[in-house]
Structure formats: C-alpha cells, structure tokens
Design a binder for this molecule. Structure first.
Ligand code: GLN
Length: 474
C-alpha cells in the first residue's frame, strides 16, 4: 500500500482521488478482516462521504490538508459522532457518541478519511487484544500470534495494509508494544501534546493518543496533524502543534544516546542484540553512545499497577446502566447497576476495578496508592537526571517478539510483564517511539524503543528515521 505522504501528495495533485484510495482500503479490509478481526465497524457511508468531500474540494481548486484523502483506522475508544464506539466492551455495545473526539475533528481538517473502528483489549486493558469482548485480533504477519495490545487492531490494520496509518492510545505501552509486535512505527507523545477530549478514559494521568504507521515520516505527518493545544482538555499543553515533518531527516549527529541497562534487562537475547545493533547504527550516524543504569525503572511496573487501576476504578464508575449502552433490569437501582456491570465488564476489567478500589480504600490508601505516587515522583526525577547525561535513551520495546494466543492469558502477571519497558515513560509523562529494527524468532519483527524528555518528539522521530534507514527502509 502507498504511504500516507504519497497518497496525500497524489490527491493534492489530482493524480489519484480520495475515493479511489478509500475503495482500495475497503478492498484490503474485505480480503482479510474475516481472518484477522481488525475492524469492529467499517463506516462505509461516512467514509465515502468524507472522501467525496475531499475530491470535490480538489476539483474546485480549494486547499486540502496534509493528510488529504488518506484512509485512517481509529481505535474504538475514540468517539466519533454517530459511529458505534464500544471500547471492545459489551457495556458500550450499541452506543453511538453524540460528539467527536478532538483528534477526529483535527483529522477531518487535515483531510484524512476515517475508515472505521479497530479492535482493542476491553477499555485498553491488556497487551494482546485477547481481552476484547468481540474476539481477538490476529497478527497479520503470523495469524497464530497476537498483534499485541491494547491497540492491536490499529497496529494490525497498518501491518495488513488496510490503511497506511492508524490512531491508538498508550497508557502503559498500548501504541508502542503492538507497533513492535506488528513491525510498524508507534509514537507515545508527551503527556498533554495530543488532546484526550473524546478518548474514553482508562487512567487519565497516563493516557495519550498517538500514531501508528508503516514509516517514520507518516507518523510525523499524523502526529503533527493531531497535536496542539485544545481548550477542551485541561491537561493539554498550552502551545501549538510542533514542527515534526520538517525535522525527520535531521539525523543524530552530535546527540548523546544512552543505552539503558534496565530497558533491556530480561529481554530475549535476539532482542538485546537488535538494540545493540541499533545503538551502533546511531553511533555510525554521528551520535555519542554511553551506557546508563536507571534502577528506578524496576519499580515502574508495580507503581503502574496501582495507579492505573486506581484511576480506572474511578473512571469506569460512569458505566452504571443509566447513561450509556447496556442495562440489565433488576428489582431496584442498586441491583440494576450490579447486574449491568456484572454482565457488561469482562474479567480483566473487573480485576482492575477491584485492584483499584482496594488500593484507594481508606485503610490502604497510604500503603498502596500513596506509595505508588512516591515511586512515580522518583521515576520522574530519575529520568530528569538521565536527560542531563543523554539527549535520548535507547532500549527494547518488548522483551520478545509476538507471542502465541493463550500463552499469557492464564497468568495476568506474565501479561503485565509485556509492558515492563514501556510503562516507565508513561509514569514520567514523557515521549517515546518504537521503531522496527531487525527480526527474531520465526522471522518476526523486533521493536527498538527510543525515549526522550517531554516535547522531544522531533528529535525522537529523527533518530527513528536513522534506524529505519539502517534497517534497510530508505
Ligand atoms: N498493557 C498495559 C495494561 O494492560 C497498558 C495498556 C495501555 O497502554 N492502554 O494496562
């Protein structure tokens, strides 16, 4: 499939039409969606209208945006007016949002065409898309393996050439981890860079919306289109979208890169080897390389599994059978709410709500939630110290290549460990990119993670571009 950059250029010049590109995307979806279960809903009518609107503007000689006519897949936890939005949960089945997420409005302004809604782990809780109430998504590169999660559907849409780009959300790794497992690029932007208005909240102090794409340039294009201040999100950074596309070819000459011991510790040997080769490639391109240890990283997973469930237990209280989606009738209001939540939430969501409620309960608040917040502060300080010595950090995105279905479903801890390298950045509210670099067992892709301080996206994407070239994708 053509890149987003190429489609936009050709639509702008009249070489192709938004409608033709959309029909190509629909054809790719109908070829493999039955097998892979990537899209929960394809918005045929809405997308065709959007594409026709772009084509009409081009025909009239009116300006169209940087993503003109580019088909895009949307993770099904982002609200789009009138389009079913489920979070892959039975509790929201049949619900159609009465408003657009800010990112959906920004995509429309940029001329992108929203093709449909992609599968995820229920309420974005998981690392394999096996927690979806509507069946798992399969990895397009090997359908016996998971695509990662929770943005598994969005990653698979791009990897299967159904759309060149997709939106995901990353609370503890949900963009970077599936990007790594599907062999594509994924960006977790700085907290506050992209509006969360209309993203159905999981853990509000960690959630960020971001791009998944085949190429670094396409992720820069998409991130630039959706980023920038939004008065409707109180955590939104007070500045306009950064310039990213213009810096993609900046290279890494003169940058200090630190290979972080704790960001490869316990990874499979083939993953460690890929990270070492990627580090060498950055050195070849003119970066100075050092080794660094950030022991606080070892505490991140435990802190995350208190903070994220605590926030989730509060955020998910709104699904009460009164306001949205499912209602299971019972003899009084309390019984109705209990019956609705019992029937509507899956096992992992219930586990998180219980963990979070416990961590926040009066007798345990200081011991659990309070402690986790202290760890988070240490984490932020530790990264700040590291960024005095290095401009970028490098490590693995995931400990292994894509794993098989069922391999980790019986042991929640094993599943949680999939995100051991991605979670620390979320706790610090900083930026990170996963970029494919080499392959491992079964010829499956390995993702290398680049991390930077807040607002370092341009630098991260430029470094990711160096790795993309070194890995043979000029
Ligand atoms: N896998 C992690 C979790 O289950 C992260 C999910 C995410 O980033 N949404 O919480």
């Amino acid at each position: 499939m053509k890149s987003a950059a190429r489609i936009a250029r050709e639509v702008q010049s009249g070489e192709t039409t938004a409608t033709a590109e959309l029909e190509a995307s629909f054809a790719a979806i109908s070829r493999r969606n039955g097998e892979l279960n990537v899209f929960l809903h394809v918005d045929q009518e809405g997308a065709r209208d959007q594409a026709a609107h772009i084509d009409a503007r081009v025909a009239r000689g009116e300006p169209v945006g940087a993503l003109a006519g580019v088909p895009i897949a949307i993770k099904d936890n982002l609200c789009q007016i009138g389009v079913p939005t489920t979070c892959s949960s039975k509790i929201l089945e049949g619900w159609r949002p009465p408003y657009n997420a800010t990112v959906i409005d920004r995509l429309a302004l940029a001329g992108a065409v929203c093709v449909g809604k992609t599968n995820l782990d229920e309420f974005a809780m998981g690392s394999s898309t096996e927690n979806s109430a509507f069946g798992p998504t399969r990895n397009p590169l090997d359908p016996s393996r998971v695509p990662g999660g929770s943005s598994g559907g969005s990653a698979a849409a791009v990897a299967a050439d159904m759309t060149p780009i997709a939106l995901g959300s990353d609370t503890g790794g949900s963009i970077r981890q599936p990007a790594a497992l599907c062999g594509i690029v994924g960006v977790k932007p700085t907290y506050g860079l992209v509006s969360r208005y209309g993203l159905i909240a999981f853990a509000s102090s960690l959630d960020q919306v971001g791009p998944l794409a085949k190429t670094v340039l396409d992720s820069a294009l998409l991130l630039e289109a959706i980023a920038g201040h939004d008065p409707r999100d109180s955590t939104s950074l007070p500045e306009p979208s950064p310039s990213l596309v213009a810096h993609v070819e900046d290279g890494v000459a003169g940058l200090r890169v630190a290979l972080v011991h704790e960001l490869v510790e316990g990874a499979d040997p083939e993953v460690l080897e890929a990270v070492e080769r990627a580090t060498a490639a950055l050195a070849d391109a003119g970066a100075t390389v050092v080794q660094l240890s950030i022991p606080e990283i070892r505490l991140a997973l435990s802190a995350y599994y208190l903070i994220a469930p605590a926030e989730a237990s509060s955020n998910l209280a709104r699904f009460d059978g009164v306001r949205y989606g499912l209602r299971v009738d019972a003899k009084n209001v309390t019984a109705m709410m209990e019956a609705t939540r019992t029937a509507g939430f899956g096992a992992e969501v219930k586990r998180r709500i219980m963990l979070g409620t416990y961590a926040l309960s009066a007798g345990y608040y200081d011991a659990y939630y309070g402690q986790a917040l202290k760890v988070r502060t240490h984490m932020i300080d530790a990264f700040a110290r590291a960024y005095r010595e290095a401009d970028l950090l490098i490590g693995a995105t995931t400990p292994s290549v894509a794993f098989a279905f069922g391999e980790k479903t019986t042991n929640p801890m094993a599943m949680y460990l999939s995100d051991v390298f991605t979670i620390p950045t979320n706790l610090a509210g900083e930026a990170a990119v996963s970029v494919p670099f080499g392959t491992g067992e079964g010829g499956l892709p390995i993702g290398v993670q680049l991390l930077g301080p807040g607002r370092s996206e341009a630098r991260l994407l430029a470094a990711a571009r160096v790795l993309e070239i070194a890995d043979g994708r000029p």
